[in-house]
Design a protein around this ligand. Structure first.
Ligand code: RUQ
Ligand code: CUA
Ligand code: CA
Length: 639
């Protein structure tokens, strides 16, 4: 069985009944034997649901052909992509190349993807590596609007946007003067104009401090280095402003009213080595007053750094001694904290302690009171600090007042009650804070709950993203897969629903109700200005620049012979004229390193130098038809 056959199997397994029918309809339309279809049906039926849930409690089984209730959009770490799963089955639905290259779809191969990824003067990609950690959606009315996903690249400090209708990346921006862009979060409302109750900004935390600008100065004096918190316009994906802070950023959270964003800081010491970063007994969560920062930018009270034109507002303590004009508020939290997460009721941010066995609950009303001069100390905004276990990293919520924190060192997920923690902090010794601790396998990093980062948190599922699977799966050499464990949190007691393997290395993700996601099944040909139609198809030559305009329609390309000369610069544009859902064609050109797909009614192009003569079969890589193997053209390069 070649890789193509595998692709068909997976397709049948993942697409469910509806997708399967439309593909068979496509093949029927094309007037072909049904042999292929029958074989696909068997494959789908035999494989069934990828993850048979354990029989326990209220968990629902997803039968073969049945659709999942949720999408999970997750990051892939240094794989550089984003991934889409169906939950609760755990089926992999899609991998979305973002900062990585991907020869299945041709990401990093086509001109269109290269333009999004960014190229050097010679036309090659500026970067081919990425490190995605955090995926967050755009909001309206405090819940996902199904429009966009945003994902960070920690290596090269880039923010990418993914359209949720096609689930493809459409824009990438590089943050100037930032290194180690880690946490990100979308805003949920404008801080001033409450009619703008949807996402217009994305906040990005810079984790590593660097010389500003980073041009060779101050190399030997890290005490002069700094970090920036960046705000990107969600619509244009341009930088709006940056804010320079003391200490560093790690993860980011935003308030539901749009007034506050915050980042946990593990290096308030501004240290450049491990011991230094662990020197202070407490670190902080830095809050940004968005309205004030934007007022300063508007009033021209900012600087710029190096060649960047982005306004930089000073959020360091020395420049912000008066709370009533301050743009930042540094709230002390447990030592070397990790995640910061907003509770779905809009009242609190929770910082996990990491080196402290605590979580710190910060009341946003009190942070605003500090900014208004009504609260004495930033530390007075802390309303609880329960002891929850060892190595707390990230906190998710169920919308019923409970928090679920991953405990890396304890290999557990701890369920605790926020109100009880607040009562305990006030002195109530009978308050029962810890409700349950559950073992997970093993060393969880991120956890996230169904709709948990929205006002519609529904308390049904929690995914625990575990960094080590150890003995849970068949060995595959030195590197093990990771374990994503799905936990049912709908009943009184947590219980494990399924284990999924994950290829390294997912971090954060979100679980989105399926009715929110409205995908587009066929492109509009007119959305592509370079679409090839019968009237412009063919070969056009200007000197040694040759434009080959090709169309695909199962099972053939529009030209059986494409002839160019050695030394030509060839641009090949391909439009897929098939208008049936899932009827995708590939385009591979041997020895020229060209490989990409075109979805129904989509147009893509590649440009390359025809630098060696010979006959090359340009062939379809994507199983599209019973005559798929015959779908090829002769690409002839004359010496
Ligand atoms: S951070 S678990 Cu980006 Cu926690 Cu990875
Ligand atoms: Cu077209 Cu395979
Ligand atoms: Ca520290």
């Amino acid at each position: 069985m070649d890789s193509k056959d595998n692709g068909v199997d997976n397709g049948a397994e993942q697409s469910g009944r509806r997708g399967f029918l439309s593909k068979s309809a496509a093949l029927g339309l094309a007037g072909v034997t049904l042999g292929l279809v029958a074989c696909k049906e068997e494959a789908g039926a035999a494989k069934g649901g990828a993850a048979a849930p354990q029989k326990e409690g209220a968990s629902k089984e997803i039968a073969p052909g049945q659709l999942d209730e949720y999408y999970a959009f997750i990051s892939a770490g240094h794989g550089g992509e984003a991934r889409v799963l169906g939950l609760p089955s755990g089926r992999t639905l899609k991998r979305i190349p973002v900062f990585n290259t991907d020869c299945m779809v041709g990401w990093g191969v086509t001109n269109e993807s290269k333009a999004i990824m960014g190229t050097k003067a010679d036309g090659t990609l500026k970067y081919t590596t990425g490190d995605t950690h955090h995926v967050h959606g755009s909001y309206k009315d405090g819940t996902y609007d199904g429009r966009w996903l945003f994902v960070n690249d920690k290596i090269h400090s880039r923010l990418a946007r993914i359209r949720m209708d096609t689930m493809e990346c459409d824009k990438i921006v590089e943050l100037p003067n930032v290194m180690g862009f880690h946490g990100l979060f979308t805003d949920k409302c404008d801080p001033v104009d409450t009619k703008i109750n949807y996402t217009t900004r994305v906040f990005c935390g810079g984790e590593f401090h660097i010389p500003l600008p980073n041009d060779g100065r101050d190399l030997d004096d890290p005490t002069k280095w700094g970090t920036l918190f960046s705000c990107v316009n969600a619509e244009t994906m341009e930088l709006k402003w940056q804010c320079r802070i003391d200490g560093n950023n790690d993860l980011v959270a935003t308030s539901y009213d749009g007034k506050l964003a915050a980042s946990n800081q593990y290096n308030t010491e501004n240290a450049a080595d491990l011991n230094g970063m662990m020197a202070a007994e407490r670190d902080a969560c830095v809050f940004f007053n968005i309205e004030r920062i934007e007022a300063l930018v508007k009033a021209g009270k900012f600087t710029t750094i190096g060649g960047s034109k982005v306004p930089v507002v000073d959020g360091r303590k020395a420049a912000n001694s008066d709370p009533k004009t301050s743009v930042t508020c540094y709230v002390p939290v447990g030592k070397n904290p990790h995640g910061v997460n907003a509770s779905p009721d809009g009242k609190y941010f929770v910082c996990s302690g990491k080196l402290s066995p605590t979580a710190t609950v910060i009341e946003l009303k009190r942070v605003m009171a500090w900014f208004n001069g009504e609260l004495k100390e930033p530390r007075d905004a802390v309303v609880a600090e329960p002891e929850i276990g060892l190595g707390p990293l990230h906190t998710a919520f169920d919308g019923k007042g409970n928090a679920y924190t991953s405990l890396f060192l304890d290999s557990q997920c701890v369920k605790w009650n926020v109100d009880a923690a607040i009562a305990q902090f006030k002195g109530d010794k009978t308050a029962k804070v810890i409700i349950e601790k559950m073992d997970v396998h093993y060393q969880p990093g991120h956890n996230y709950s169904s709709m948990g980062e929205t006002k519609e948190a529904d308390g049904k599922y929690l995914n625990s993203g575990n960094k080590f699977s150890k003995d849970r799966f068949l060995p595959v050499g030195p590197l093990h897969p990771e374990t994503e464990q799905l936990i049912d949190i709908s009943g009184g007691k947590m219980h494990l629903v399924a284990d999924h393997t994950a290829y390294s290395e997912p971090h954060d993700g979100i679980i989105v109700r399926r009715d929110i996601v409205k995908t587009r099944q066929i492109y509009n040909m007119d959305d592509f200005p370079n679409a090839v139609k019968p009237e412009n198809a063919g070969i056009e030559r200007h000197g040694n620049k040759v434009h080959v305009r090709l169309m695909s329609q199962a099972p053939a390309y529009s030209m059986p012979i494409i002839k160019v000369k050695k030394g030509d610069e060839v641009t090949l544009t391909l439009t897929n004229h098939d208008k049936v859902e899932d009827l995708t064609h590939g385009c591979a050109l041997p020895t020229y390193n060209i490989n990409f797909i075109v979805n129904p009614q989509e147009t893509k192009s590649v440009t390359f130098k025809a630098d060696h003569a010979g006959a090359f079969w340009l062939y379809c890589t994507h199983f599209c038809h019973a005559l798929h193997l015959e779908m090829r053209s002769r690409f002839l390069v004359e010496a």
